[in-house]
Design a protein around this ligand. Structure first.
Ligand code: ADP
Length: 448
């Protein structure tokens, strides 16, 4: 960019210099011609009062040619040529003009390219014409003479322009360079007002990058910690058995602990893999016409046994509702929400799942439980990765702290809305509102 601006400025400057030079040459040559003719007119005025055949005049004005032509066009006197061999001058433009208007001027090419012949003719009282002429530089002649000076001045001007273009480019670019150098405090940088919208975008993108980097860092730290805990238990119990420190009665218990921790580890790894899959935006999940009612029904059926193990009743109501979504993702959402409803419930409690269309055509999925509920300050945090209100309860029921983070991710990918209502000791209800199938199709692809 810098080079391009520099080059463009230089090209403009060189074009300006050349155009100015050509115009100045034209103006000056015009003035020069006028001056030569003016001089010739003065000579003619002087000569009108003297005897032109006087030999002294010839010598003093040696570069001036004097011609006297009578009324018939015959040359009566010429200071530079033999009148006897000279043709009739009646047809010469300056003579015709002088006869008609009193004076005539003409410029003709000379024998060499560098010279022009300038003529001034004045009509005399007796009808004859007095003509004075001289050779002077043509435009090429003037150019030729002035060439070294013109080239010198042009080179100097171009050098000055190069220097100027360099500093100008630097000053044009410097606010942009400042922005690039100070990305982290971009709002303090004094820049062009036309760039302010870009500054705002860059700033928000920069903040996003930093936030994401921080989240990733926290996530990695959490993952390591979460994986370490069950692995330490597994390793500890296995070591006890290996060293013969576990009596026969304890071995099945230790093996049970190893099994439980290994299962937990597997769940954790599965959830972590799932989250990273969801994080990769490029993978385009297959979205299709889906009856949410069928998916909810299947999920509820699948979890009935789990619910009764926790002495919780799991009920499903609703109507067929078609949305545009990904089957596997929607199954995960339903599984996670119902599973939470069962696990964070009390013996004898209930979980109600419903799928229905709203008056505005949207489709609402609701999972409500009569469980332990979530306090207000925890309600906004439970969708964070690895956040649990009661860590030991989550762990003892096989939780990973990632279920709701996965739900949030999937809901966002479906352009749906997620709401939570909960009261401690009363229960929790989670609503997810999807666009209807028809409305989803009307939206541009990137929204999905
Ligand atoms: P976990 O695997 O620990 O259940 P989730 O991401 O599913 O992880 O949930 C995060 C936390 O939110 C849980 O640990 C729990 O404390 C709380 N939570 C989730 N669902 C419910 C619910 N239905 N009732 C009460 N607390 C809940």
């Amino acid at each position: 960019m810098k080079r391009k601006i520099n080059l463009h400025l230089l090209i403009i400057a060189i074009m300006g210099i050349l155009a100015t030079l050509i115009m100045l040459m034209g103006v000056f040559y015009n003035l020069f011609q006028k001056q030569v003719i003016e001089d010739l007119r003065t000579y003619a005025q002087i000569l009108q009062n003297v005897d032109v055949s006087g030999s002294n005049i010839d010598k003093t004005w040696s570069n001036i040619r004097i011609t006297w032509i009578d009324a018939d066009g015959k040359v009566q006197y010429d200071s530079n040529a033999d009148t006897d061999v000279m043709e009739n001058h009646n047809t010469r433009p300056e003579i015709i003009k002088a006869v008609n208007t009193g004076e005539g001027v003409a410029v003709r090419k000379s024998s060499t390219l560098e010279k022009n012949a300038f003529y001034y003719a004045a009509a005399m009282e007796d009808g004859s014409v007095l003509r004075v002429s001289r050779e002077a530089d043509s435009l090429y002649g003037v150019l030729g003479n002035a060439f070294p000076v013109i080239v010198g001045i042009t080179i100097l001007l171009i050098l000055a322009c190069m220097l100027f273009a360099h500093f100008l480019t630097k000053s044009i670019i410097s606010p942009i360079e400042d922005m690039a150098k100070n990305l982290d405090r971009i709002e303090e940088v004094d820049t062009y007002k036309e760039l302010l919208p870009f500054v705002a975008i860059i700033k928000s993108q920069h903040e996003d990058i930093i936030r994401n980097a921080k989240l990733r860092q926290d996530f990695t730290a959490n993952v390591s910690h979460e994986l370490k805990t069950p692995l330490t238990s597994i390793s500890g119990y296995a070591e006890l058995i290996e060293n013969g420190m576990a009596d026969e009665k304890s071995v099945p218990r230790f093996a049970g602990e190893i099994h439980a921790n290994a299962t937990r580890l597997l769940h954790l790894i599965n959830d972590i893999i799932r989250l990273s899959e969801l994080d990769v935006v490029e993978t385009n999940p297959i979205f299709e016409k889906i009856n949410l009612y069928d998916i909810a029904q299947t999920c509820v059926d699948m979890l009935q046994m789990n619910a009764s193990n926790h002495q919780v009743s799991l009920k499903f109501t609703g109507e067929p509702c078609v949305i545009y979504g990904n089957k596997q993702m929607l199954e995960e959402v339903l599984y996670n929400l119902c599973d939470n409803g069962i696990r964070y419930n009390n013996a004898g409690g209930s979980v109600f799942v419903s799928v229905e269309s709203l008056p505005d055509g949207k489709v609402e999925l609701s999972v409500k439980d009569t469980g332990i509920g979530i306090s207000r300050e925890n309600q906004i945090r439970i969708f964070e990765r690895f956040y649990r209100v009661d860590k030991s309860r989550s762990k003892s029921t096989g939780g990973t702290g990632l279920g709701l983070a996965i739900v949030k991710h999937i809901v966002a990918q479906h352009n749906a809305m997620l709401e939570l209502e909960s009261e401690e000791g009363v229960g929790t209800q989670i609503f997810i509102t999807f666009d209807s199938y028809a409305a989803s199709l009307e939206k541009p692809d990137e929204d999905i």
